[in-house]
Design a protein around this ligand. Structure first.
Ligand SMILES: Cc1cc2nc3c(=O)[nH]c(=O)nc-3n(C[C@H](O)[C@H](O)[C@H](O)COP(=O)(O)OP(=O)(O)OC[C@H]3O[C@@H](n4cnc5c(N)ncnc54)[C@H](O)[C@@H]3O)c2cc1C
Length: 346
């Protein structure tokens, strides 16, 4: 008999409650998230002859942008094209399965002792004591699914909240960006705005000055920027605007400025936003996974979380938001660790 060990708060299975479990099928790995971290891990795992199910809700964080930069051999590629290529490579292997669904919970299930139940422990690997049952809700017409695996890789990335300005979304990904390494080059020497409400704006402004010195930091009347920081920025010619922002101004060509509550419009042709990041899953509710102060999944150098058999890679792990190629590299590294874990070497 299989024993369900639900973690505290893991009752969020309602979305997939009606779904019948996959009949007796146990995957080597279930990967949650088909961004660069998940896809890269998936490719490496199927090439290690691991049976992999990838579950993805099709909400990539960078869908707002038309071109992504800095990925070796793919500089300037559309992010959707990069995902399409990655998924095509993954699915070209017979060991690969892909299902479009939103994961709502993971339960840990004790492997039945040898002789009890249909399967022997040896079927799962001698040292594997738990299996993981992943509940997901189908999206865009795909079915709900409950699937079981010997390991789980969480590669769900981050969700981001932009400052609450009426038109900000219209310019995000074209005139306004969040990743300086990704989009700074295209903004070289342009009159830029840095908009944010978090305490790290001064550091971000110094970084951004590598690409343009015509820079104004907008705190929206919220971000705490010390007079010491303001003086340090001033010494580099970076301005600080502390008044509240009314909206982003622009036309069909793109952003033209930042309008303030008092009617002033500060001319800017583009810039960078500091979003507030949140995670895509309730990790505490799932198996009580350990998270950092900023709620990212704590992992060791192999991508192991605090729950044996559950791994994580990409933006959902510290230090958080990075780049496509970094997430893909992490996915490959963690895939090797999962394979070693399944053999009993890790
Ligand atoms: C506007 C913008 C532009 C960017 N431009 C660049 C660039 O030019 N170059 C660059 O290198 N980087 C860029 N980035 C950063 C880059 O997109 C991320 O660093 C990278 O995508 C992180 O990869 P990931 O696999 O960790 O997560 P993501 O790519 O975010 O993928 C996570 C996946 O998990 C899925 N998911 C989440 N929750 C669930 C769930 N509960 N169940 C099932 N699936 C789930 C999501 O649908 C998504 O497909 C940009 C980011 C943004 C926001």
């Amino acid at each position: 008999m299989v024993v369900i060990v639900r973690s505290a708060g893991a009752a969020g299975t309602a979305g997939a409650a009606g779904a019948a479990p996959d009949s007796g099928d146990v995957f080597d790995v279930i990967i949650i998230g088909a961004g660069p971290a998940g896809l890269s891990a998936g490719l490496n795992l199927v090439r290690a002859r691991r049976r992999v199910l990838m579950l993805d809700s099709n909400r990539p964080r960078h869908s707002a942008t038309l071109m992504s930069h800095g990925f070796l051999t793919r500089d300037g590629v559309s992010p959707l094209e990069l995902r399409r290529l990655g998924r095509e490579e993954f699915e070209s292997y017979p060991e690969a399965s892909f299902h479009q669904a939103l994961v709502s919970s993971i339960d840990r299930v004790a492997v039945p002792p040898v002789g009890e139940g249909a399967a022997s422990a040896g079927q799962y690997a001698p040292h594997v004591e738990s299996l993981f049952v992943v509940h997901s809700t189908g999206i865009r017409g795909s079915a709900d699914r409950v699937a079981t695996a010997r390991t789980v890789l969480i590669a769900t990335g981050l969700l981001e909240t932009l400052p609450a300005l009426p038109s900000i979304r219209a310019y995000y990904g074209t005139s306004l960006h969040s990743c300086t390494e990704c989009d700074g080059y295209e903004k070289s020497d342009a009159p830029l705005a840095l908009i944010g409400e978090s305490p790290d704006l001064a550091e971000r402004a110094l970084l951004l000055s590598q690409w343009s010195n015509d820079l104004i930091v907008f705190t929206n009347g919220v971000a705490e920027l010390s007079t010491h920081d303001e003086a340090a920025l001033g010494a580099r010619g970076i301005g600080v605007e502390r008044r509240r922002i009314a909206d982003i101004e622009g036309d069909r060509e793109g952003m033209t400025g930042v309008s303030l509550d008092d009617g002033t419009v500060v001319l800017r042709s583009g810039g960078f936003i500091r979003p507030i990041y949140t995670t895509a899953l309730d990790y505490h509710g799932m198996l009580g996974l350990e998270t950092s102060a900023d709620k990212l999944l704590v992992v060791d150098a192999h991508g192991r979380t605090s729950c044996t058999g559950v791994f994580a890679a990409g933006d959902s792990t510290p230090p958080g938001a990075q780049q496509l190629i970094v997430a893909a590299g992490e996915g490959a590294r963690v895939a090797a660790a999962i394979n070693r874990h399944l053999i009993g070497l890790l």
